[in-house]
Ligand binder design. Structure first.
Ligand code: PLP
Length: 381
């Protein structure tokens, strides 16, 4: 029997060896100072990321989930206040709304980019809408220019969930706009598998231009204290630590290169699927016009998805399903009163999507193997 290939959906060890020496230097620098929480290393990262994202301020915190919670806390939501978001995303996008006392209002997504649809967002606006929280899913930005001005005119806050999209951008009004710089706030995750991951948990809020808002988030992450032990409001404990910041500063220097490598991997998949005549069985992810996709994930829509996933697993190819149950159908949100059929595109995606192995170091021969196994499946081999 032929040897079974082992192709992981991601492999952080291959990435680590590329930066090991630089990371060691950075970690030792922090250890020498014995300054572990916030401090100069975190401040340096915040400055570097503000410049990279082209925003006024960034505020490091303990995770992507916390970045969403902190952004949501600034709204002072009251019962009945609504926040419009996508049902096809990671759980934290909606839980940050309910955790802060608000009501998530879902709007359906596009079947090709998987992102929330602008017209659906606009159709859900009510006098109770306090914010819109689009997710730039799998590494591609939503067309925020289609909703931005309307939201502004109504005083509705725009918060971008950028957990999967650091480095993605879009042409807006003739200029390149990075994810996290278009809305009032952007929320980032540095979970290890993210395009810019740290070696533990980490997150960050970007604030496009409002200095007071940035100062408030800075306070909220340290129990609402302006000066230590003097609390202006009740915040949370959500600090980025200096070791993670030092590691992130190293990795930020490589981010653009790694994102380019992810794009090459995506291009190669597209060629291989076409060469293998698979485009009837598998729908490839679309890059929207004017957008720059950074392929946090390479997610296809596949006929007989569950069978295909099992078949690939048996042949050593790991794939993942992001996400198998849309948020409007999650048990914990049943009190919101949604039912099956409310968001047909999100529900169809939950049945069809499959994330193929995707990371900068994925080898062409591994991709060839993934696609030829998929071809075998559809040919009934
Ligand atoms: C879209 C989205 N939002 C928020 C988060 C939460 O980030 P974290 O895992 O760092 O808390 C994630 C993480 O997977 C995510 O994918």
């Amino acid at each position: 029997m032929a040897e079974i290939a082992k192709i992981p959906s991601f492999d952080l060890t291959r990435n680590y060896v590329r930066v090991k020496e630089e990371v060691n230097v950075a970690v030792r620098r922090v250890l020498d100072t014995q300054h572990f929480i916030l401090g100069p290393e975190v401040e340096a990262l915040e400055r570097e990321l503000a410049s990279y994202l082209e925003v006024k301020n960034t505020i490091g915190c303990a995770s992507g989930t916390d970045s969403l919670i902190l952004a949501m806390m600034t709204l002072n939501l009251e019962p009945g206040d609504e926040v419009i978001t996508t049902p096809f995303t990671f759980f934290a996008t909606a839980s940050c709304i309910t955790r802060n006392g608000g009501t998530p209002v879902f709007a359906d997504v596009d079947p090709f980019t998987y992102n929330i649809k602008s017209e659906e967002v606009l159709s859900k606006l009510t006098p109770r809408t306090r914010a819109v929280l689009p997710v730039h899913l799998f590494g591609q930005m939503c067309p925020l220019e289609e909703i931005k001005d309307e939201l502004k005119s109504r005083g509705v806050v725009l918060i971008e969930d950028c957990a999967q999209s650091i480095g993605a951008h879009r042409m807006i009004e003739g200029r390149v706009a990075r994810s996290g710089s278009v809305g009032d706030m952007g929320c980032f995750s540095f979970f290890p598998t993210k395009n810019l991951g740290c070696y533990g948990d980490g997150g960050l809020v970007s604030v496009a231009c409002d200095e007071d808002l940035a100062s408030r988030i800075k306070r909220l992450r340290v129990h609402g204290a302006g000066d230590t032990y003097f609390h202006e409001e009740v915040g949370i404990n959500s600090r980025l630590d200096a070791l993670q910041a030092a590691i992130l500063r190293v990795r930020l220097r490589h981010l653009e290169g790694w994102n380019e490598e992810r794009r090459i991997v995506a291009e190669r998949y597209a060629e291989l699927f076409a060469e293998n005549d698979l485009l009837e069985s598998v729908t490839l992810p679309a890059e929207a016009k004017g957008g720059f996709h950074v392929f946090h994930q390479y997610v296809v829509r596949a006929k007989r998805r569950d069978e295909l996933q099992k078949f690939l697993a048996a042949r050593g190819v790991t794939t993942r399903v992001y996400y198998p149950l849309p948020l409007h159908l999650q048990h914990c949100f049943s009190y919101l009163g949604y039912k099956k059929g409310d968001f047909p595109v999100a529900e169809m995606l939950a049945d069809e999507v499959l994330a193929l192995p995707m990371f900068p170091e994925l080898l062409p021969e591994e991709q060839q193997c993934v696609v030829s196994e998929i071809a075998d499946f559809y040919r009934g081999a």
